[in-house]
Write a protein that binds this ligand. Sequence first.
Ligand SMILES: NC(=O)c1ccc[n+]([C@@H]2O[C@H](COP(=O)([O-])OP(=O)(O)OC[C@H]3O[C@@H](n4cnc5c(N)ncnc54)[C@H](O)[C@@H]3O)[C@@H](O)[C@H]2O)c1
Length: 310
Amino acid sequence: MRIIVTGGAGFIGSHITDAYLAAGHEVVVIDSLWAHGGGRRDNIAERASFVHVDIRDPGIERIFREFAPEVVSHHAAQHSVAISSRDPQLDAQVNVLGLLNVLETSVKAGVKKVIFASSGATFGEPKTLPITEGTPQWPESPYAITKMVAEHYLRFFRMQHGIDFTSLRYGNVYGPRQDPNGEAGVVSIFIGRFLAQQGVKIYWDGEQTRDYIYVGDIAALNVLALQRGGGACYGIGTNKKTSVNEIYRALVDVTGFEAPIEHLPRRPGDVRDAQIDSSLAAQELSWLPKTTLLEGMKKTVDYFRERLPA
Ligand SMILES: NC(=O)c1ccc[n+]([C@@H]2O[C@H](COP(=O)([O-])OP(=O)(O)OC[C@H]3O[C@@H](n4cnc5c(N)ncnc54)[C@H](O)[C@@H]3O)[C@@H](O)[C@H]2O)c1
């Protein structure tokens, strides 16, 4: 298949690009290498073509016309909850208007399907856990609002133009190439501190939880979504709650360093718990996460260790 991966220089998008190439597909990455995102040129596999362009640029039409992709994996985004709260207009420009440019261009180019990186953040702080596809979305940040709105646009474009979609509502994705500003930022921030033999900050009591999912499992999921899951949104996680304290202890196990902890009060807006039930993705996409937290942490620590300055 011919596939365009937007945001393919970023953390998750670059792993998806690698997985698509490994499965024998042809990939063009489009990415603006946004200064505040995780995009880096050296994340992009040599076998992928790369176009340095903003998804809001009408000029993407030429790339779509010439390459004629069958699928677009839309992973480019303003990816930070904090930046979205400071600058909701920027967030909406990239995450809504950028998406619309990608969708309109996709329609013109005859793209069959768009795979979209949505987020568990669209649920805010749900009344009951685990989150399922039936949980009401109640986004609590501009970032989460634009991710939810995007799903409605995808539905509209499917009805109006017959372009299919699969929306994947990721939990907190972690792994090699991870950017500290993204949704699972705590993992890469902690790893950086552990490897520098420095202390870490733990807010609240450290018992707040998230559903951490390894990026390799997300890449495998995106390969399955090429053929399955049309017209649907899926919760994507491990169905396990992992606390900040557990992340801390896993890193002590992996690195052998007992990082000093500075305890700080809860930050405004911090959500207590998150846990995503992915039974529907298991049933309809035949996807199950395979990587345990300890395995994932080991791989992530190894990656960052190799890149330490000598
Ligand atoms: N990391 C997570 O835990 C997580 C969870 C849920 C959803 N997501 C979503 O997954 C996607 C990838 O996130 P990530 O963590 O890999 O972040 P990332 O910053 O590493 O990747 C995003 C990429 O988008 C690019 N980009 C940003 N603005 C752009 C623009 N205007 N035009 C073209 N490219 C642009 C960046 O340069 C970057 O390479 C995003 O859509 C994010 O919202 C991530």
